[in-house]
Design a protein around this ligand. Structure first.
Ligand code: COA
Length: 322
């Protein structure tokens, strides 16, 4: 048997914390509106930190947690939509900083589902190409991609990074099932154009490199697709929804999480939340949440991780924690 285990977790957030009241001094909103409509009370915003620096800090902590030397990493994948550079990849910069000199490195773009997509790619490569140890990071500095005059988006997002190290095992398997998917018909519901210097001959429209989002439609997609994907993964794992001890969903909106709990008929207490503290950190949100809940996880717990977002993408993974 070729199984996969989680051997280390890490997290990193920028120092600067920005409250809802501070945002209310920039746009026409209020602490009350943001809290009741999203569950967010504050978020951390990069003032000096960069995406690859946050990613590197989370990677160093995950290495320490796993007792693994960076030289033993075979693969580094960073899920991000807010890389500091298109080339080199964030993963190459992280590998350079931590000394992962034997790792194959690349970035992956699947927005808020990025961590689950990157985990699926890492685990497939581990099983097929013989990589032993893979570092998967979700890292974002989306604050640099926001229109700070658009109250529909600037209140939601925050910055951070989370890292997980996976290892091949011939004795145990913690990843019971996983699925990733895309609905391209909703591709334009959340957009982030890339900033480029257009060539001299370009005659098309130059779009601002900031996030635009149809919040209502994304909300509707999330609350219908997430329960379906979770049920699919649970049935593939040959267990029942009531056997799941923890649901760790992408922290996009507290109301989305509550709605999924209701649709699955599962007590809300089994759904972990840290959105009040960090806001929506996109690809970083799931590994950050896993890090924050880890002290509450018991050996044998069944854990669902589920991401959803731009693309439209979704990804769900069932873990047995050890
Ligand atoms: N403060 C105050 N009012 C706001 C506001 C803000 N920050 N943002 C929007 N509003 C207003 C709107 O203008 C609208 O006013 P109107 O009725 O006079 O037109 C009203 O609040 C309701 O807007 P609506 O967009 O329906 O709000 P909502 O309850 O759907 O909440 C989101 C907006 C963005 C919080 C919500 O749609 C959401 O979370 N969607 C999913 C987004 C998401 O998860 N994105 C990332 C995916 S990974």
């Amino acid at each position: 048997m070729i199984g996969i285990k989680v051997i280390g977790l890490g997290k990193s957030i920028p120092t600067r914390c920005v409250t809802n009241n501070e945002i209310a001094s920039l746009v026409d909103t209020s602490d009350e509106w943001i809290k009741t409509r999203t569950g967010i009370e504050k978020r951390h915003i990069a003032v000096t930190e960069t995406t690859h620096e946050l990613a590197t800090r989370s990677a160093l902590e995950a290495l320490k947690d796993s007792n693994l030397e960076a030289e033993a990493l075979d693969l580094v994948i960073v899920a991000t939509v807010s890389a500091d550079t298109a080339m080199p990849s964030t993963a190459s910069l992280v590998a350079k900083a931590i000394g992962a000199n034997h790792a194959t490195c690349f970035d992956l773009s699947a927005a808020c589902s990025g961590f689950i997509f990157a985990s699926e790619v890492a685990m497939s490569l581990m099983k097929q190409s013989g990589y032993q140890n893979a570092l998967v990071i979700g890292a974002e500095v989306l604050s640099s991609r926001l229109d700070w005059t658009d109250r529909g988006t600037c209140v939601i997002f925050g910055d951070g990074a989370g890292a997980v190290i996976y290892q091949i095992s011939h004795e145990e398997n913690q990843v019971l099932s996983i699925e990733i998917g895309t609905d391209p018909q909703g591709a334009e519901l959340i957009c982030l154009p890339i900033q480029t210097e257009k060539n001299t001959f370009f005659k098309g429209e130059i779009k601002r490199p900031v996030i635009s989002m149809n919040g209502r439609q994304v909300y509707a997609f999330s609350t219908s697709k997430v329960p379906t994907s979770i049920m699919q993964v649970i049935s593939r794992g040959q267990i029942k929804v009531e056997d799941i001890d923890w649901f760790i969903l992408h922290q996009a909106n507290s109301r989305i999480i509550d709605s999924v709990a209701q649709r699955l008929d599962v007590p809300k207490e089994r759904f972990f939340k840290n959105i009040s503290e960090y806001g929506n950190t996109s690809a970083a949100s799931i590994p950050m949440a896993l890090y924050d809940v880890k002290n509450q996880l018991k050996s044998g717990d069944k854990v669902i991780l589920c991401g959803f977002g731009a693309g439209l993408t979704w990804g769900t993974m069932l873990l047995e924690w050890h």
